[in-house]
Structure formats: structure tokens, C-alpha cells
Design a protein around this ligand. Structure first.
Ligand code: C2E
Ligand code: MG
Ligand code: MG
Ligand code: MG
Length: 279
């Protein structure tokens, strides 16, 4: 380190790192308690069929209601939960809770309700995810077809053989699989070849400027075409405008999810949304 760079840079760096480390530790300790104290909550974001406008399901998104900090975003604590291994018990809780909720949607009269749940790599590596899923489904009294499992690149890249085998067995039982954030991975097409999934969720980074950016539009069109050739469905995430929705319809994307339809909402509010959208 050159002297001329000054000690301030160094000190600044050090304090930043210290702050990060302390915050991580705080979150980690907090997460441990959060499960016991029941501070987690699932929000649900509607997913619509783009042609009929009908509600087809919802993605479950975890929220942490912290007594001091208020609502903590998953973008903040999921990485810490993953690094500390706590994502395994948290992920188990998410699966149980989401299965119980989709049973309520069915009981409220929704036809073919589906809840989509985000999974983490560690749940495949360390947890007994097949057992967790069959228990959650049995306890809630739902069919496998009512649970959609979202896979990310970090899941497919680690222990690929093991994950492939697990996905294959779960698929045979009737569970639905989707590749989340599709298009952002290092080898998205490779995963398509290896994993027998049902749906591609086109990442919101391609949807955001779809009406202004011709490259984004071309990529989305191409993803829909590939999916069609392979017999897969597509859903666009991060749909924020009517114009984006119209374009996606023109491109024959199957489903949409985004602020234009609705923001993620608590279970009770989603129940009202459901009643308004299912006649
Ligand atoms: P994701 O699975 O890609 O979820 C989509 C994110 O986009 C959600 O953020 C959602 O609230 C947000 N979003 C939805 N519509 C729009 C829109 O129109 N515009 C914009 N700008 N954003 C939109 P959220 O809820 O903060 O979750 C962030 C990420 O945290 C998720 O990304 C997922 O990777 C992770 N996550 C959330 N819940 C869970 C969980 O239960 N388990 C695991 N392992 N990860 C989770
Ligand atoms: Mg997701
Ligand atoms: Mg996503
Ligand atoms: Mg995303």
C-alpha cells in the first residue's frame, strides 16, 4: 500500500468491513430467534394468465418483521441465512406455511391453485428436501400439482447430479419446477438441457426496459420461442406497466407477475384479491 494513498482510505475500508461484519452477526443472531419467535411472514404476489387475465397462482416471498428494524427485506437476510445454514430450517418453515396457505385458496374456491416457493442450494445439499416437501404436502392435505418449486442457478450449479436426481423424483410425483431469474445465469441453456422443468421465469432485468430497449425485447422474444420449442411455459417477472404487459402478450409469453398486477401482499389481503379475481 503506497503511503501517498493515505491512511484515511485504509481506515474507511476497515470501518466499512467492520460495519458489514457486525451487521451480518446481528442478522445472524436475530435470524436464530426469529424462527422461535415467529417473526417470519410470507407475502404472496399474484401471477396471471396473460390471455385470460385469470389468477393462476402466487409466489410466496418471505418477510422478516423485526421488532426494532421493522420489515427486513429478504435481499438483506437470505444471503446471511444461506451463509449460516439457517436457510435450511427457514426454508422448511416456508414450505410448510406455503402449503397450508394454498390449501386455504382451494378451500376458498380457487380452481387449480398453485403456490410458487423459492428454494436455496443448501436445502438440497444439507437438508432432506424430499422429506420436508412430502411432509408439508401431507400435513396441508394438498396435491403435488399445487406446489411449484423455483430453482436458481446457484442450486443447479452445486451438486448438479444430486439436484438432478432429486428434481427428477419430485417431478415424477407431480411437483412443478420453474427456473427463476432465467437468462441471468452463466449457462442458462445448459440447465435447460439438463433439467426437466415446466416453466421459465424470465428475469426482471430483461422486462424492466422491454418497451424501450430493443435488445431486451429481442432476448425476451427468443426466450419465449426456445421455451415453446421445448414445450415449456414462460412467466415474466417485474412487469410494471400496461405497455410491457401488451408487448409480452404479443410475444406470447404465458403468464405475468409484477407491480402492474399487484405487489406482494400478506395472506389475508391475497385472500381478498383471490375472491375479486375468481368470480
Ligand atoms: P425472486 O424470487 O426473483 O423474487 C422476485 C422479487 O422481485 C421479489 O423481491 C418481488 O417483490 C420483486 N418484484 C415483484 N414484482 C416486481 C416489479 O414489478 N418490479 C420490481 N422492481 N420488483 C418486483 P423480494 O420479495 O424482495 O425477494 C427478493 C429475493 O429474495 C427473491 O427474488 C428470492 O431470490 C429471495 N427470496 C424471497 N423469499 C424467499 C424464500 O422464501 N426462500 C428463499 N430461498 N429465497 C427467497
Ligand atoms: Mg422467485
Ligand atoms: Mg426471480
Ligand atoms: Mg430475481
Amino acid at each position: 500500500r503506497a503511503k501517498s494513498e493515505g491512511r484515511d482510505t485504509y481506515r474507511f475500508f476497515n470501518e466499512e468491513m467492520n460495519y458489514e461484519a457486525t451487521e451480518q452477526l446481528n442478522i445472524r443472531v436475530g435470524l436464530r430467534k426469529a424462527l422461535e419467535l415467529d417473526q417470519f411472514q410470507l407475502f404472496y404476489q399474484p401471477q396471471l394468465d396473460i390471455i385470460s387475465g385469470k389468477l393462476v397462482g402466487a409466489e410466496a416471498l418471505i418477510r422478516w418483521q423485526h421488532p426494532e428494524f421493522g420489515m427486513v427485506s429478504p435481499a438483506h437476510f437470505i444471503p446471511v441465512a444461506e451463509a449460516s445454514g439457517l436457510i435450511v430450517p427457514i426454508g422448511d418453515w416456508v414450505l410448510q406455511e406455503a402449503c397450508r396457505e394454498v390449501a386455504r385458496w382451494r378451500d376458498a374456491g380457487m380452481h387449480h391453485p398453485v403456490v410458487a416457493v423459492n428454494l436455496s442450494a443448501l436445502q438440497f445439499a444439507r437438508g432432506n428436501i424430499e422429506q420436508t416437501i412430502s411432509n408439508a404436502v401431507a400435513d396441508a392435505g394438498i396435491l403435488p400439482q399445487m406446489l411449484e418449486l423455483e430453482l436458481t442457478e446457484s442450486i443447479m450449479i452445486h451438486n448438479t447430479e444430486r439436484v438432478l436426481a432429486t428434481v427428477k423424483r419430485l417431478k415424477q410425483k407431480g411437483f412443478i419446477f420453474t427456473i427463476d431469474d432465467f437468462g441471468t445465469g452463466y449457462s442458462s441453456l445448459q440447465y435447460l438441457k439438463q433439467f426437466d422443468v415446466d416453466k421459465l421465469k424470465i428475469d426482471q432485468s430483461f422486462i424492466r426496459d422491454i418497451c424501450e430497449d430493443e435488445d431486451d425485447a429481442a432476448i425476451v422474444r427468443a426466450i419465449v420461442q426456445i421455451a415453446k420449442s421445448l414445450g415449456l411455459k414462460t412467466i415474466a417477472e417485474g412487469v410494471e406497466t400496461a405497455a410491457a404487459m401488451a408487448l409480452l402478450q404479443q410475444y406470447q409469453c404465458d403468464e405475468v407477475q409484477g407491480y402492474y398486477v399487484a405487489r406482494p401482499m400478506p395472506a389475508a389481503q391475497f385472500m381478498q384479491f383471490l375472491q375479486q379475481h375468481s368470480r
